[in-house]
Design a protein around this ligand. Structure first.
Ligand code: TRP
Length: 459
């Protein structure tokens, strides 16, 4: 295949910290604030958290380093990066399949992500009109189910979220996102602290702590391991090229990938744990909210907390505003690999590409909207459209993408190339990372993947 690709047309970050903020902006999102608490609740708490933390450290962070490295070495969008690097190491161009699966995964994930971000938009409006004032657990539950059956509202918010996300992407990620993420992250962290303190004061903090950190591994099921692994990929934005695309915009080659990635991983994990410490004290203080409430957990429990708080409406509005912003900076990274690829390869304008992709994502998103109301009975392998999409992307496509990335960097790429990019960390650490990537990650990923498939097919 002939290629007339243009390296670097998509820009460069201004500094190492801009990259950190942008990548953290991608990582920190609905996955941390909305998904993490509810899957912890559904999977019984502590043991699940332990497996999740192990997955982040043993698989997530090493693979994130690999992704950033691939992007920076090639300085191209994921599909072209894999083409370029496989040529450099003289192996089959089929490795670009990693990029292709990422394109598909990005579109699918954004389609349901946008619907959920839409809920946060709706809650922002409710907060601003004071609807949470002194709300009880039951009416909070009713408020959320009311939203799920309100199709016009769901579609409007989904549309608005996509328009903003794609608007930023159309303007170029480096310019648009770099600065925004710099302000957002500190405010988000601050607000989470305030909320944790509030939850600790009014909620059942002790129960929440023991639920999250009581590592009772007996209760652990295989399915939970698969969910934990999938979520490690989801929350770090791994396995589909988002981080690879961002790595391609790193300003210079002297930046330590290991140290940079560590900052991002720690930040992401911290936000998830904090979100848990905000939500669970409230859940355990209100008998009618179950930890296993599912996707509605955040939206049902938080209004109760805000409703009883002085200046609660203000804080609630601020919080949901931040959730929307966090979701935006994540949503952008789902579509950037595809957009940057089309810009490089075809030279089409960003505006045209994003408009086209937007229509596609919007249409797929309707499936998620309907899965909460008119299609709630339509199931595939026992899951609704939304659950099936979530499972297909987080539990299959992302870990599989990660597996191929680990194999590529660990076994296929010339070791000297790898050392050139990552070798600036201490020798022992480097060896450890390389070992994990060659043996630990592929074996664990392969194993969990087989079990996941087996369980799904036999259920
Ligand atoms: N990490 C984000 C979150 O936790 C979601 C996300 C952004 C993502 N980009 C991604 C997930 C790419 C998978 C792949 O909300």
């Amino acid at each position: 295949m002939k290629l007339s690709i243009q390296q670097g047309v998509n820009g460069r970050w201004r500094s190492r910290w801009t990259f950190i903020f942008a990548a953290a902006g991608s990582a920190v999102g609905l996955g941390n604030i909305w998904k993490f608490p509810y899957i912890v609740g559904e999977n019984g708490g502590g043991a699940f958290v332990l497996v999740y933390l192990a997955c982040i450290m043993a698989i997530g962070i090493p693979i994130m380093m690999a992704e950033v490295m691939l992007g920076r070495r090639a300085r191209l969008s994921p599909i072209n990066a894999m083409l370029h690097l496989s040529r450099e190491s003289k192996v089959s161009h089929w490795w670009s399949g990693v990029g292709w699966s990422g394109v598909l995964a990005g579109i699918l994930i954004l389609s349901f992500y946008s619907v959920v971000a839409g809920w946060a938009f709706h809650y922002l409006m409710l907060a601003m009109s004071g609807d949470f004032y002194q709300i009880e657990a039951q009416s909070s539950g009713a408020l959320f189910s009311g939203l799920l059956s309100n199709i016009p509202a769901l579609i409007s918010w989904h549309t608005l979220f996509l328009l903003i996300t794609l608007g930023i992407v159309a303007g170029g990620v480096v310019k648009g996102l770099g600065t925004a993420a710099r302000y957002m992250m500190p405010v988000l962290l601050l607000l989470l602290m305030v909320l944790v303190i509030y939850s600790a004061a009014v909620g059942d903090f002790a129960s929440a702590l023991s639920f999250l950190f009581n590592f009772n591994t007996q209760a652990l099921q295989w399915n939970s391991v698969s969910v934990a692994l999938g979520h490690a990929f989801f929350t770090l934005s791994l396995g589909m090229g988002a981080i690879m695309a961002y790595g391609a915009y790193l300003p210079d080659t002297k930046i330590s990938i290991g140290r940079t990635v560590l900052v991002i991983g720690i930040l992401d994990t911290f936000v998830a744990i904090m979100a848990g410490l905000v939500i669970f004290p409230i859940v355990f203080a209100n008998a009618s909210v179950e930890p296993s409430a599912g996707p509605g957990l955040l939206f049902v429990s938080l209004p109760i907390a805000f409703g009883g708080m002085t200046a609660g409406s203000f804080f609630a509005a601020l919080f949901f505003f931040l959730v929307v912003i966090a979701a935006l900076s994540s949503g952008i990274s789902m579509i950037e690999p595809t957009v940057s690829w089309l810009v490089e390869t075809k030279g089409i304008s960003r505006l045209k590409i994003t408009a086209l992709l937007g229509v596609a994502v919007w249409l797929v998103g309707l499936g998620t909207v309907f899965s909460f109301n008119v299609w709630s009975d339509v199931t595939l392998f026992g899951s609704t459209f939304f659950d099936a999409l979530d499972f297909l992307t987080a539990n299959i496509m992302l870990p599989l993408g990660g597996l191929f990335i680990a194999i590529f960097v660990g076994w296929v790429m010339k070791p000297s190339f790898v050392a050139e990019e990552i070798g600036d960390i201490r020798r022992g650490l480097y060896r450890c990372w390389y070992f994990i990537l060659r043996y630990v990650s592929p074996v664990l990923l392969g194993l969990v993947f087989c079990i996941t498939l087996f369980n799904k097919l036999s259920s």
